[in-house]
Design a protein around this ligand. Structure first.
Ligand code: UGA
Length: 438
């Protein structure tokens, strides 16, 4: 099949290469000529394990090319995937639809033959129907250019695996013809036995934001209980383990710490609340306000705990921050809890030095006032406190004995509950971890 993927950011770039890997002929389209030039040469614009190989393999096979032209896209494709961002609209909680609308206005007037326009972005429910009306007004083929919704569940750091072997496939369509086209597009995924939920447009839109809201709720739940553990002198780690063994609950997304960040979960729960309000059911999602609040509190709690460990004063204290990315295996620092905490420590007077294996350049651009160290030893050297904020494997593999002499005072706060804290204690470190007793 001839497929275009419009928007070659995180989601679009990996989706385009994934579609080519399934054997389709793919054109990736973006308004950014620099990005398109780099991708055309097989150079990746994001840090994502396995993606450089996937990209080059499919460019070399002649199945994947790139362009900045929506007119070319319209002429090329039978199926057009829309993968542009839906960020939080400044000054509101709602999603900003300007990028999606711009794509439709640029593409639709060039659609001269029947085709399927498939949304993948996270959008307020009702968007697909609105876009279908807009396209049928703007396109020369009218309603023969149909709209479908096919939400994407990929996680940063696992984007290639999640694209090629997803947990499930969700397609929302308004006709059996559109459903058949999507079954063709995803025949390799369906043939591999992946569960396929074929549904209507609104349900498909809602599946995505509900999944992210559920994950955010699970994280804030354990962080809320973690606060109670702190106050009661109980231990969140065995508690979380005990909950996770209940197969109805499950152990994943139950790791207490500084909570969720990134370009999806925080803005998605806010946009979901904003949409519920428009639909007159805001009370149904009231709990998400607490999910958001608990998440912000988790960051504040880490700063407060750091201050307690430093005899109640951060002024002039040298702090090593391990981690800047919003999660490991990513160089993404959007709404990163790690950088939020680092910045707050700096603003309360501490001298903060941040290390991250991949995200230093992005972190420096977003938080220029912080100091950065290119290796872990340099970050820890002379520090009075180490704060572990993003659980990269390289930090778990640190030998506490070999770095104890580097610190001026060997103190560590494990704000991600990912280190073997007994080993650190045995090596002479004073250790605290979120939600765990002294
Ligand atoms: C999330 C969803 O997991 C994907 O399914 C979805 O496709 C994506 O958003 C999206 O909407 O595009 P992602 O933002 O890549 O994916 O990251 P997650 O792995 O969900 O982690 C989100 C945040 O939660 C991170 O900051 C992570 O550190 C934090 N987290 C995760 C916790 O604080 N505790 C946990 O137990 C798990």
């Amino acid at each position: 099949m001839r497929i275009t993927v419009i928007g070659t950011g995180y989601l679009g770039a990996v989706h385009a290469a994934g579609m080519a890997e399934f054997g389709h002929e793919v054109l990736g389209v973006d308004i950014d000529p620099v990005k398109i030039e780099r991708l055309s040469q097989g150079q990746t614009t994001i840090f994502e394990p396995g993606f450089p190989e996937l990209l080059r393999r499919n460019i070399d096979a002649g199945r994947l090319s790139f362009s900045t032209s929506l007119e070319e896209a319209a002429a090329f494709g039978d199926v057009h995937f829309i993968c542009v961002g839906t960020p939080q609209k400044p000054g509101t909680n709602a999603a900003d639809m300007k990028y999606i609308d711009a794509v439709i206005h640029g593409l639709a007037p060039h659609l001269h033959r029947p085709c399927l326009v498939v949304g993948k972005s996270t959008v307020p429910v009702g968007t697909a129907r609105r876009l279908a009306r807009l396209i049928s007004e703007l396109s020369p083929v009218g309603a023969e250019a149909e709209v479908a919704w096919n939400p994407e569940f990929l996680r940063e750091g696992f984007a290639v695996q999640d694209t090629l072997q997803p947990d499930r496939l969700v397609t929302g369509t308004a006709s059996s013809r559109a459903e058949l086209v999507l079954k063709d597009v995803y025949s390799s995924v369906i043939d591999a036995g992946t569960p396929h939920i074929a549904t209507d447009l609104a349900t498909a839109e809602l599946v995505k934001v509900s999944a992210n809201a559920f994950l955010a709720t699970k994280i804030s739940f354990i962080n809320a209980i973690s606060e109670v553990c702190e106050a009661a002198g109980a231990d969140i780690m065995p508690l979380a383990a005990a909950l996770g063994h209940d197969s109805r609950i499950g152990p994943r997304f139950l790791v207490p710490g500084v909570g969720f960040g990134g370009g999806c979960l925080p803005k998605d729960i806010r946009a979901f609340m904003a949409r519920a309000e428009e639909l007159g059911v805001s009370e149904a999602l009231d709990f998400l306000r607490n999910v958001d609040r608990v998440n912000t509190n988790s960051r504040h709690n880490a700063v407060d705990l750091a201050e307690t460990m430093l005899e109640d004063s951060l002024t002039g204290k040298r702090i090593a921050v391990l981690g800047a990315a919003f999660k490991p295996n990513s160089d993404d620092v959007r709404d990163s809890p790690a950088l939020h905490v680092a910045q707050a420590l700096h603003e309360r007077g501490a001298n903060v030095r941040v290390h991250d294996p991949e995200a230093i350049d992005n972190a420096r651009a977003a938080h220029p006032a912080l100091n950065y160290a290119l290796d872990i030893d340099k970050a820890i050297e002379g520090s009075e406190l180490v704060v572990h904020l993003t659980e990269w494997p390289v930090y778990r593999q640190l030998d506490p004995v070999s770095v104890v002499g580097l610190a001026s005072v060997p103190r560590i706060l494990d704000a991600r509950n990912a280190l073997d804290i007994d080993r650190w204690r045995d090596a002479g470190w004073k250790v605290r971890a979120m939600g765990r007793p002294v």
